[in-house]
Every structure is written in structure tokens, then in C-alpha cells.
Design a protein around this ligand. Structure first.
Ligand code: PHE
Length: 522
């Protein structure tokens, strides 16, 4: 409807509000697309139930699930609700796949054969895989359903640092942000003020924009950015008004620091703060799923050597042992599946080779004093840097306790490859040399122990996650079963590198498989 038609949307809403009250107005706003609503109106997942089989004359089937990662365990958990007889075969000696939390005494062995043993003290843990959950992700629903307690994960902390090569010294994220926003606001406000935007904006709009920019950048009377208390203090306010940091560098300096990338990290839909983590370690989720599935239904140390789709069932071979079932869900990484012999067809094998494994690695650094809290006043959050360590994560739990663990690098792609190629001792030396540029000597001197992981070197996993050149062709093919063999994993969704992707994929497979069983000729 146009204004010329005599009734603006606002006038309509005012009318509806007056006649029907706030509830009617909110409903009308929804109809006009103005009220907050579901970003993704998706069909609700209906878990299979035992009662679904009543009156159908059919029974729950026998299913072999390959892989006790998040996707495989979610499949077995959901199918188990309807009484499916699931057996989960896991090649590694522990469940969880990439959802790996390391504690004192745990070991990790690299494809090179090097074994590290975590020497962490009581209560210290290292989420070597996933570490944060966005509020909108289905992972949160599983935490609630499974009774896994969660706590805030600090994904953005104004007190953390930004450090890029070429900067004289690290600056606090708040300082970097204040300067960047300040200068952007100044530029835009002055452009507006001198008429550069007159063709786009009428006078009212220009006034509103400048008013906003004054606040956005904390600009002065003449629209100059001259620094701001937002940047921080050398002496904090208290009994005195404090001493604000000296005035900012020039716009050229701020831009040369390249801080834009660093201060926009949590702008992403999947990175927006607050995020969450399970209390006590990310593996609380897989542990809870496994408890529901039942230890007797999960077999570790079972590497699959052959998968055969048969006219009326499936056959899975692990060395000398042969498993038979009605269906199979292959919840393994595509790069691993591609190497397992079977009869799923050349097109399936070709499709499995399309997504490319991405390198990803982390190092956990345990300290005997939480210097980042005590000295730096950083309670959780992330320091962003263009050094090869990419990020430093501070723990979002255990504040003020005796020890703590900092993630000293979380690198992907070529940075991860560089660390992966080194023995742990050298990974550590390199990470310390980099982190020291930000945190100084205590970063090296107060270290108690460390563990690193290179996901592409983890047996039966072979990568941090995968990247598809395009979400067509092979991607679509593998979202459908090959005969009685289904595929599941984050790699079959648009939430790659998220547990939520694995869970969404598992739900899709479970829904399809259950419908098929319910409608199969009896
Ligand atoms: N989920 C991972 C993380 O949060 C990897 C990832 C990063 C995925 C950024 C998407 C975007 O670190």
C-alpha cells in the first residue's frame, strides 16, 4: 500500500492498536512482517516414538550407525526413542569424534605416532574441538533435553586485546573499536554535513544520521573524533575521575593496524554474543547422548573395513567381525568414508571426494596463575591477531580459581598446516613466541603444561571440517540414502563445523528412515 492510497502502515497500526489493544497490534505487525518472528520457520522435528508402530503391523528396525560422533550418537538417541535396535560402531578408542574434551591424564596420538599426555590439574579441561554454541542452534535444545547444564561463553570481550603485526603494541579491543568507530563516524558525519549525501538523503534523514553518528563515534561539537573515554583509562575512575588513555593515533595509523577484521568477529549470525558452553566441558553433550543410547549399544575400536548394501539389509565388516542390520547410517567424515570399500556405487564415491578437508588445530596452555584475570583483567573472551596463532581464548569458567587453561592458538588452513607439521614441542615453542608478543614473559614463564591437536592428523577423522566447492551435485546426492545406507554429519548441512549441523543432519536422516520403516511393505 502506498501513502497515496491514504493509509500508511503506521496509521493502520495506530488504528488497530486503539481498537484492539497491544495484542491485536502485535498480531497486525506480524502480518505486515514488522514484528520479530522466527528467522527460520522450519518444520518441527518429531522424534520417532514407540506408539508410531501401533496399528501399522510393523516394528522398529535394526540399524548400524557408523561413528560415535555427534551425528551418529544423535541418530542412535533419536531412533532409540522408538525402540530401534541401534549398534554404534566407533573406530577410535573413545566416543565423541571431534567433540573432544581433554583432562588431566588423557592422551592424544597424532598420525605421526607422537603421543601427548595432558598434565592438567583438577578441574582444568581443554575443548580441543567445538567450544561455543550459538543461542539459536539446536545444540541448545539437546542440552536442555539431556539435562546438560550450560553457562555463558564469552565470545567478545572489550578487555581482550587486538594485536596485528605493524602495531607498536597490542591494544584493548575497546580501544581499537572506539578509534575505528570514531573515525568512521567522523568521515561519514562530515561527508553528510558538507552535502556529499544530499542526493540520497533529505534534510530530516541527514539530521538523524548525524545525530546517530555523534553517538556511534562519540564525536565532538564539530564532528571531530578526538578520542573518547570509551577507549579506556590508564588510571580508572574511582575517587578521582581517572586518567583517560592519551588521544588516539591518526586515522591512517588506525587503518594501517588493520583492526577492522579483528573487531567484527562477533558480528556473524553464528558468532554473536552471548554464546554458551556446557559446564565442565563440551563432551558433556556426547556423554549425555551416549548414556541415553546405552554403553552396550556402542562399540569402540571398531574400524569399518567394508560396507555392503544388500537387497533386504546391510552388511558392515570390521576386520573379522560381520554386522548385519536392516539399515546403516554412515556418520563418518566424507574423506574417511571415501576410503572404505563397499558397493555404494561410483557416483557416491566420487561425491564423497568432492568436499575438501580443512586443516584446523588448537593448543591448550595450562597456567598455575590466572594472570589474564589478575593482571590483565580479562575474564573470558578472545584476543584477535594476524599472527599465525589467529586467536587466544581465555576461559569462560573457573574465574579466580587456582589454575586455568588458555587456548594459545586456534588456527585453520595454512596456519593450521604450519603447526600441524611440527612435533608438539615445536608447536608449543612457536605458539609461546607469538603469544609473548601480546602478553609478555609471563606467557612463557608461568606455563605449567600444554597439549595440542591437529585435526587433519587425527586417525579416523582427517580434518577439522570440510569445504564444498558448491552445495549442489554431490552434496544433494549424499543427502539421499544409497539403497539402505544413509549419510549423516555436519558436512551434509549448511552448518559445517558446528555440532548443530551434525544434529540437524541426524534428525533429517532419522525422519526419513523412520517414515520408510513405517511405510515399508510388511
Ligand atoms: N564453529 C567453529 C567456531 O566457532 C568454526 C566456525 C567458525 C564456523 C566461524 C563458522 C564460522 O570456531
Amino acid at each position: 500500500m502506498t501513502e497515496a492510497q491514504g493509509l500508511t502502515r503506521r496509521a493502520l497500526l495506530v488504528g488497530v492498536g486503539a481498537a484492539g489493544g497491544a495484542g491485536a497490534m502485535f498480531a497486525a505487525m506480524g502480518a505486515l512482517g514488522l514484528a520479530p518472528g522466527e528467522e527460520t520457520p522450519k518444520p518441527r522435528f518429531e522424534p520417532p516414538q514407540r506408539s508410531d508402530f501401533r496399528l501399522t503391523g510393523r516394528a522398529a528396525a535394526k540399524v548400524i550407525v557408523l561413528g560415535a560422533g555427534v551425528a551418529g550418537l544423535t541418530c542412535a538417541y533419536e531412533l532409540g526413542k522408538a525402540g530401534y535396535d541401534c549398534t554404534v560402531l566407533e573406530a577410535r578408542d573413545r566416543i565423541g569424534g571431534r567433540s573432544l574434551t581433554l583432562r588431566g591424564g588423557d592422551t592424544v596420538t597424532d598420525a605421526s605416532g607422537e603421543t601427548q599426555r595432558a598434565g592438567f590439574g583438577d578441574g582444568v579441561y581443554f575443548n580441543a574441538g567445538p567450544g561455543r554454541i550459538a543461542q539459536w542452534m539446536v545444540t541448545m535444545d539437546y542440552c536442555r533435553e539431556l539435562g546438560v547444564p550450560i553457562e555463558t561463553f564469552v565470545n567478545n570481550n572489550a578487555s581482550a586485546y587486538v594485536y596485528n603485526q605493524g602495531m607498536a603494541a597490542p591494544v584493548r579491543a575497546r580501544t581499537a573499536r572506539a578509534d575505528l568507530y570514531g573515525y568512521i563516524a567522523e568521515l561519514l558525519a562530515k561527508a553528510t554535513d558538507t552535502g556529499a549525501l544530499n542526493r540520497r538523503l533529505d534534510r530530516d534523514d541527514r539530521e538523524r544520521l548525524v545525530e546517530f553518528l555523534r553517538r556511534f563515534g562519540d564525536l565532538g561539537e564539530r564532528l571531530d573524533y578526538e578520542g573518547s573515554p570509551r577507549r579506556g583509562y590508564t588510571v580508572n575512575p574511582g575517587l578521582t575521575e581517572g586518567t583517560a588513555l592519551p588521544s588516539p593515533g591518526s586515522l591512517a595509523d588506525v587503518l594501517a593496524g588493520g583492526i577492522g577484521r579483528s573487531v567484527t568477529m562477533d558480528f556473524g549470525y553464528d558468532q554473536a554474543t552471548p554464546m554458551f558452553q556446557p559446564v565442565g566441558g563440551m563432551d558433556g553433550i556426547v556423554a549425555a547422548l551416549a548414556r541415553q543410547v546405552g554403553a552396550d549399544h556402542i562399540k569402540t575400536g571398531m574400524a569399518v573395513t567394508k560396507i555392503t548394501d544388500l537387497p533386504h539389509g546391510v552388511e558392515v565388516v570390521c576386520g573379522q567381525t560381520v554386522f548385519k542390520a536392516d539399515y546403516c547410517v554412515a556418520a563418518l567424515p566424507p574423506n574417511v568414508l571415501a576410503g572404505i570399500p563397499g558397493n555404494l556405487g561410483a557416483d557416491v564415491t566420487a561425491a564423497l571426494r568432492v568436499p575438501r578437508p580443512v586443516s584446523a588445530g588448537k593448543i591448550g596452555l595450562e597456567y598455575g596463575r590466572r594472570w589474564w584475570e589478575l593482571d590483565d583483567r580479562i575474564y573470558g573472551g578472545v584476543t584477535e591477531t594476524d599472527l599465525d596463532i589467529t586467536h587466544i581464548w581465555y576461559p569462560s569458567h573457573g574465574y579466580h580459581s587456582a589454575r586455568g587453561l588458555v587456548v594459545g592458538y586456534y588456527a585453520t588452513d595454512e596456519n593450521a598446516v604450519a603447526y600441524a607439521g611440527l612435533p608438539h614441542r615445536e608447536r608449543l615453542a612457536r605458539a609461546l613466541a607469538q603469544g609473548e608478543k601480546i602478553h609478555g614473559r609471563k606467557y612463557r614463564e608461568e606455563l605449567l603444561s600444554s597439549v595440542s591437536i591437529a585435526w587433519e592428523r587425527q586417525p579416523h577423522i582427517g580434518g577439522g571440517w570440510v569445504r564444498w566447492p558448491s552445495f549442489t551435485g554431490g552434496f544433494e546426492l549424499l543427502r539421499r540414502p544409497a539403497g539402505r545406507v544413509y549419510f549423516a554429519g555436519d558436512w551434509l548441512t549448511h552448518l559445517i563445523a558446528w555440532q548443530a549441523g551434525a544434529m540437524e543432519s541426524a534428525r533429517a536422516v532419522v525422519t526419513h528412515l523412520h517414515r520408510r520403516v513405517l511405510s515399508a511393505p510388511s
